[in-house]
Write a protein that binds this ligand. Structure first.
Ligand code: HEM
Length: 234
């Protein structure tokens, strides 16, 4: 192994932290945007928003803002990078450190979590293939129903999303499970990443545990609430 920054633990920390943070930031924006799916018939920003209007306005803003469209290939690259890098690290760790890194917290925990991370990650990847086909492909490459909100004609994205959930209990369950799997993946994600880089500082590891637990629960519950909402109101 050479001595470059990416072949030592500081390099791994940087790579995992940057790609992970980037994906978490996307997920936070994605979740905030998607939560407007459950805000129907509400008064907000001095406006009354009828069913679906808030989500459609948000989706319209996203799709018609060049800077946001520019983020798409970057986001895809971020996902691919995260997956490929995590695979490489997992294989490398198993080969070179079969007893694991985290002496302090027990080897079985580290290997259990790392095995789980891979299965959870693979499940998220499978979900993403289905998810991109369900929405992204549908929104971009097929003819969308139209609606008018506050005088502006736009795609009726809300109807497409609600039709999927209202038309299928199985999809609701798949999306709820995906939210929870994502939550689990994130709760171990911080751990796995920081243990891998050998950040064993006791004070920070406990802070990170709190932060990762809060982020993981917020994401898992947040995403799961949306299909649950459609399951209940249908
Ligand atoms: C209830 C849960 C979810 C709903 C309702 C939802 C909804 C959507 C919609 C409507 C789009 C299309 C946006 C567009 O093309 O303009 C989309 C795209 C996407 N979603 Fe989700 N999503 C959910 C959960 C997730 C989760 C858990 C992940 C990641 C693990 C995820 C990752 C993505 C990605 C990568 C895209 C493509 C990029 C983009 O268009 O922004 N989504 N989602």
């Amino acid at each position: 192994m050479g001595g470059g920054i990416f072949s030592n633990s500081v390099g791994h920390k940087l790579v995992m932290a940057v790609s992970g943070l980037f994906l978490v930031l996307f997920l936070l924006v994605h979740l905030s945007m998607n939560l407007t799916l459950v805000l129907n018939d509400v008064h907000l920003f001095g406006h009354h928003w009828a069913k679906g209007e808030l989500f459609n306005t948000g989706a319209h803003f996203m799709i018609s803002t060049p800077l946001i469209r520019l983020m798409e290939p970057l986001l895809a690259a971020g996902f691919i990078f995260h997956i490929v890098y995590a695979t490489w690290l997992t294989v490398r760790n198993r080969r070179f450190r079969p007893v694991g890194y985290a002496v302090r917290s027990g080897n079985h925990l580290t290997s259990w979590s790392s095995k789980n991370m891979y299965i959870l990650g693979a499940a998220i990847l499978l979900f993403l293939v289905l998810h991109i086909w369900n929405f992204f492909y549908r929104f971009r490459y097929t003819e969308m129903p139209q609606t008018v909100v506050n005088g502006v004609t736009m795609d009726d994205s809300f109807t497409v999303v609600s039709a999927l959930f209202e038309g299928s209990v199985i999809y609701c369950v798949i999306y709820m499970v995906a939210g929870l799997v994502l939550g689990l993946h994130l709760s171990h994600g911080f751990w796995s990443a920081f243990q891998t880089v050998g950040w064993n500082n006791v004070r920070w590891i406990s802070r990170l545990r709190v932060i990762s637990t809060i982020v993981a629960i917020a994401m898992g519950v947040g995403f799961a609430i949306i299909p649950l909402y459609f399951l209940v109101v249908r």
